[in-house]
Design a protein around this ligand. Structure first.
Ligand code: AMP
Length: 207
């Protein structure tokens, strides 16, 4: 199936997407992760988008749509995929309709307080990008990745000033997608508050 994961930053989309990708053997495509990898590798794209990501604003629709179009043309997406963090604007959703058919838009339901708690406690592995949380998803050893031993860090856009901005951007630009997909009868709500494994069990019941 072709899934979109929709919801505010910090709702747990990336964590669930990694689990669903593993269980359903479909690729997890995170536009944020693609941008961060480009920044780390200092590619021309990375240089172009670094300041935008740090501020919590959105990269332009043109750049993002082109990137996703290219990624979805790769053969590993033929049996399904999860788009995590795309689309994030109505023009992106409209462009996606001309690229591929979506089977479900999974909407992660969470309060602003929940978002702030999740983002401010998030830690990410410098090496393999695995996500952790200081309260909900602790690594076995403080600040060390369980998977690869890499050092954990706080994303620049998880700092308080960026979190507030990202929530504002979500409300004004991305939240309208809920109605967009509801009107197309593709929206499936999921309670994003419980732990990831409970949400995964819920997801498997629905799909
Ligand atoms: P995420 O990892 O999904 O929270 O994305 C991190 C950042 O990457 C966002 O705050 C944006 O700056 C950028 N980004 C990711 N996906 C998109 C998108 N679909 N459209 C525009 N910017 C995006």
């Amino acid at each position: 199936m072709n899934f979109i994961f929709l919801g505010p930053p910090g709702a747990g989309k990336g964590t669930l997407a990694a689990k669903v990708a593993e269980s359903y053997k479909i690729p997890h495509i995170s536009t944020g992760e693609i941008f961060r990898a480009a920044i780390k590798a200092q590619t021309p794209l990375g240089q172009k988008v670094k300041a935008i990501l740090d501020s919590g604003a959105l990269v332009s629709d043109d750049i993002t749509i082109e990137l996703v179009k290219d990624r979805l043309s790769q053969p590993d997406t033929k049996n399904g995929f999860i788009l995590d963090g795309f689309p994030r604007t109505i023009p992106q959703a409209e462009a996606l309709e001309n690229i591929v058919k979506i089977d479900a838009a999974v909407n992660f339901d969470i309060s602003d307080e929940g978002v702030i708690e999740r983002l401010s406690g998030r830690r990410v592995c410098k090496n393999c990008s695995q996500n952790y949380h200081i309260k909900f998803l602790k690594p076995a050893k403080e600040n060390v990745c369980d998977k690869c031993g890499g050092e954990l860090f706080i994303r620049d856009d998880d700092k308080p000033e960026s979190i507030a901005h990202r929530l504002e951007v979500y409300r004004s630009q991305t939240a309208p997608l809920i109605d967009f997909y509801k009107n197309k009868k593709l929206l499936v709500d999921i309670d994003a508050k419980p732990a990831a494994d409970i949400i995964l069990a819920e997801f498997k019941k629905k799909f």
